[in-house]
Design a protein. Sequence first.
Length: 276
Amino acid sequence: MTHSRPAIRALLDRASLAPRRDLGQNFVADPNTVRRIADLARVGVDDHVVEIGAGLGSLTLALADTGAEITAIEVDHGVVPILRDVVADRSNVRVVEGDAMRLDWHDLLADRDGWVLVANLPYNVATPLICDLLDDVAAIERMLVMVQREAAERFAAPPRTAAYGAVSVKVAYWATAKVVGHVPASVFLPRPNVESALVEIVRHPPPATDPDELFALVRTGFGQRRKMLRRSLAGIVAPDAFAAAEVSPTARPEELDVAAWCRLTDAHLATGTLAT
């Protein structure tokens, strides 16, 4: 059983609460949507799922119905007691009160590897949170997240597209991403001013290139994305590094896939020190 729109309103009214704009709260108020997300997550009794921003438990209940073990994280102190009550009869759900941007993830997920992240992420934290988890929390091997449509497109964008940028390169370094569905604004309470999308992110073994060095170079290049690399990276990457990497100095940042960025970083490091 999951929450309908009247049920969400009733839960909030009984606690004298309202959705908090500062936390980006948009509760999913459509049972079909949360069941669809749970199906797309491809989890079952042998899986361990971490849900960020569990809210009133709409998606939590759908995930619990799969039989997976669920760790539901919620930052809103006022909402947490409602969430605990909603899942009180679900032995496969534990509720953790905390800010996902500040949690000790290694301690929280220490009992096993192979975690799956499934979440309806607040738009204001989705990109930095996903990037931090990819960088630092290898225990999360797969993600299915609902985010603003533009963010989802950036995560999964291929080179030579308008959405492709530094975030796309970071995701591609760590994982394979693809948009697996779209979600209309009408399923949320309150209704947001943007459309949402579901993106699946699956880890793969990363290239051997040092990620800190790579991402520093990528950020510099995309900082002036309309310029040719020989201009945006002037004074940083020597001409012979472009030649060694087989990257044209007249290319623009969005023309390089992650493999080309790695070659350029490696060639640069072989000829000098990356500026920070």
